[in-house]
Design a protein around this ligand. Structure first.
Ligand code: AHR
Length: 502
């Protein structure tokens, strides 16, 4: 099979946004405890943060980190997590049937974020709480001093305000599983009043209203319409969340998951713009795609039983999915989808960062290892710079059971006019054979710098604590420049590929 990309550096979609490469730390399983935080670990610093984790977070190229949930936030009392640790209460975490020790809270997370050099993105509880508590945590975090909550922060050791700009107004409030789940009308009113009040403290906050938990939700579309009709002038973003997995041995549909993500994004944009037109608004609402990943619940539950009944453990190993090479290709393809919608997707967070459906895995008291999905994320985060380009993909197609007709090849390109580097990110969804790719860049003088591919003869290969290096992005030796100035290469079956030209 043969596919062609036509790219012109003059045709830009929008800037590559650093916030596209965000992640998510929730009080869930071993993400916080034994993940970012493990006092006594050989690499732990004076605050108990694992140095080996911070090192890999930097290598992964994470920009923003959403915190503290997730479903967890919908029952969370933020004030339990500040002040002297010995006075902090233990609480039931209903979302994950765990005990929350509150050893890590807002101040610890902010200290970690500074060390990891990431921007915090905070979520407030609109499940069991409301406007008053959202104002209190905002006052604690962002007011310089001279009020009860800001002075409390200073007394707790943080003299300077944190200046947190991005705030999520609750989490997945459309989901019946959410503590304090609401109808769209109920949530829309609460989100609007919370946003209005938070802006009375700080007008320039960037606020995210909850959109749907996936495009598969029965209320998808009408939820966004109702919520945005209530909140349009008060928020900046509507959220989108989605997780994909291979269903019923249907690898073809799974590999085409980005077709659904494209549809999801374009549907939310259309809905937001319809509310804009009907309400005679001038600004646009953008998307914060603040949970996305591959997550195979069948795979996870098969080897890690969730706590139930009287068992409320602290930091049990939950949602510790083990990713395959095919999963990494899908993750790369989802990044391609996010990048090509950079005009409307202004922020995104892969869920999650450590141990819980995560690219980084830790062993208690021991080592750290990279999952397969680490690699496409790290490459895209470090190499996508400048502007995202309209990328015309002329490709053979195949039929999928779930997403209809899908291209064998999907791709996007970025162009950094400062360094003069053009980068193509491409996946081959063909399962059994290579696809030949020709890259036609409508600009003279660019030469091939390098091409890498990530694939394996066994697409079910998973990394493990013993071996996380057998499959890595390696040089694609087939890449060459043709006499007419095109770059051609052979994309291996089920592969993620990066081509750099300069
Ligand atoms: O990321 C895991 C969970 O998935 C989050 O807590 C929730 O928001 C979503 O359903």
């Amino acid at each position: 099979a043969q596919a062609t990309l036509t790219i012109d550096p003059a045709f830009t979609i929008g800037p590559v946004r650093r916030r596209t490469f965000g992640s998510f730390v929730e009080h869930l399983g071993r993400c916080v405890y034994e993940g970012i935080y493990e006092p006594g670990h050989p690499t732990a610093d004076e605050d108990g943060f694992r140095g080996d984790v911070i090192e890999l977070v930097k290598e992964l190229g994470i920009s923003t980190v959403r915190y503290p949930g997730g479903n967890f936030v919908s029952g969370y009392r933020w004030e339990d997590g500040v002040g002297p640790v010995e006075d902090r209460p233990k609480r039931l975490d209903l979302a994950w049937h765990s005990t929350e020790p509150n050893t890590v809270g807002l101040d610890e997370f902010m200290a970690w974020a500074r060390k990891a050099d990431v921007e915090p993105m905070m979520a407030v509880n609109l499940g069991t709480r409301g406007v008053a508590e959202a104002l209190e945590v905002l006052e604690y975090a962002n007011i310089a001093g001279g009020t009860a909550r800001s002075d409390q922060r200073r007394a707790n050791g943080a003299e300077e305000p944190y200046g947190i700009r991005m705030w999520c107004l609750g989490n997945e409030m459309d989901g019946p599983w959410q503590t304090g789940h609401k109808t769209a009308a109920e949530y829309g009113r609460l989100a609007a009043e919370t946003a209005r009040a938070m802006r009375q403290i700080q007008p320039d906050l960037e606020l995210v209203a909850c959109g749907s938990s996936s495009a598969f939700m029965p209320t998808f579309g009408s939820w966004e319409h109702t919520v945005l009709t209530e909140t349009y002038e008060l928020v900046d973003y509507v959220s989108a969340h989605v997780y994909y997995c291979e269903g019923d041995n249907d690898l073809g549909s799974f590999l085409a998951s980005a077709v659904n993500m494209d549809h999801f994004i374009e549907s939310v944009v259309a809905t937001a713009d319809a509310v804009r037109a009907a309400g005679k608004h001038t600004k646009r609402i953008h998307i914060s795609f603040d949970e996305w990943n591959v997550w195979d619940q069948k795979r996870v539950e098969s080897y890690i039983p969730s706590p139930t009944g009287d068992d409320w453990p602290i930091a049990p190993p939950l949602l510790e999915d083990h990713y395959t090479v095919a999963d990494a290709v899908v993750v790369g393809n989802l990044l391609i989808s996010l990048l090509r919608h950079t005009d409307r997707v202004h922020s995104a967070s892969q869920a999650q960062l450590v141990n819980v459906i995560a690219p980084i895995m830790t062993q208690q008291g021991g080592g750290i290892w990279k999952q397969t999905i680490f690699h496409p994320f790290a490459q895209a985060s470090s190499l996508a710079k400048g502007a995202v380009l309209r990328t015309l993909v002329d490709t053979p197609t195949y039929e999928t059971a779930v997403h209809g007709t899908a291209g064998l090849v999907d791709a996007v390109a970025t162009w950094d006019s400062e360094s003069g580097e053009l980068v193509v990110f491409a996946v081959n969804r063909a399962q059994d054979e290579a696809t030949e790719l020709a890259v036609d860049v409508r600009m003279a003088g660019l030469e091939l710098v390098e091409a890498t591919s990530y694939s394996h003869s066994d697409h079910t290969w998973q990394a493990s604590p013993e071996d996380d290096t057998t499959v890595l992005p390696v040089a694609n030796e087939s890449a060459r420049t043709t006499a007419d100035g095109r770059v051609t290469l052979s994309l291996p079956a089920i592969s993620w590929n990066v081509v750099r030209l300069r």
